[in-house]
Write a protein of this length. Sequence first.
Length: 319
Amino acid sequence: MSGSRTTLPASTWRWALAVGVGVALLTFGLMYLAIIVYAAALSILSRGDVDWAALDRFADVMAVWGLPALYLLLITGAAAWLIRSIGVATARQGVLAGLVSAAGLQVIGLAFGPPLLRELILYPLLGVAGGLLGSVLGKAALAGREAIYRASRDVGAATNAQEIAAAIGENLTDTEVEQLSLWSITSHADGPLKLKLLASRAPQAVIWPPDSRLDAAQLPALSDLRRQSPRFVRRRELPPPERGVWKRQDIRSALLVPLANPGDGPDGLLVVASRKKRGFSRGRVRAYQTVGAQAALALENCASSSSPDSLASLGNARD
């Protein structure tokens, strides 16, 4: 992955130029389309007689507010896409795309008349701001992608459950995560779901000590846990005894990610306990799902290469 970021640096600048030109063309194209649609709507409402004064007012509003807002939105998104696509965590390409698109807007605008001083100042500023903001968003996406790659690599190299938990925790968790734990299913398929702790990583506090077990009485969300369907659990949803444990450790929520191999249901569970009340972002959930699939396979490989005693410790021997 790292090699792709250092080869053909000139191509990244060409991409930035192309994105800048594309944003300028798209901005004017969408603005022109909006005015046409508005004119068509006026014509329909007035039964064929276009209110030119109303159309002029709409065009003025769009020129003063609509075009800058649309342009900022487009260049921000385009710069973020550019950074993600070329895999270079730098703001220079995003800023270049912003300046090129601002210049492109002025060139296209010459067809409608000379540019105003306000436009000559505003659009380069918006281009730079959108390029910088998009670069920040793109770099964040790149960092997340790199974290998933490192976690998957380390999980694949792990030889036991503790190393798998450490690989996920070291690469994906943030400072708000209190404990990340891996659980095996110890119940029969037709009975209530019961889990046994395999391994955990707890940089802040230990919620579930070694040899802990979980069932639906402690964690009601387990009663309807579905294969490959993460669940978000808040502290207030827990029964009083378990709620008290979470409160003492300042845990406000947890993400439950089923660990599934090909089959009828989940083979285990990844639990990420956090101090955050509002849960996890969609990107973070997808990251845990992606690495969770790797963890399920790694746990199966660890079990298949272990002795019967080790198999029991991994929890693969079902009751």
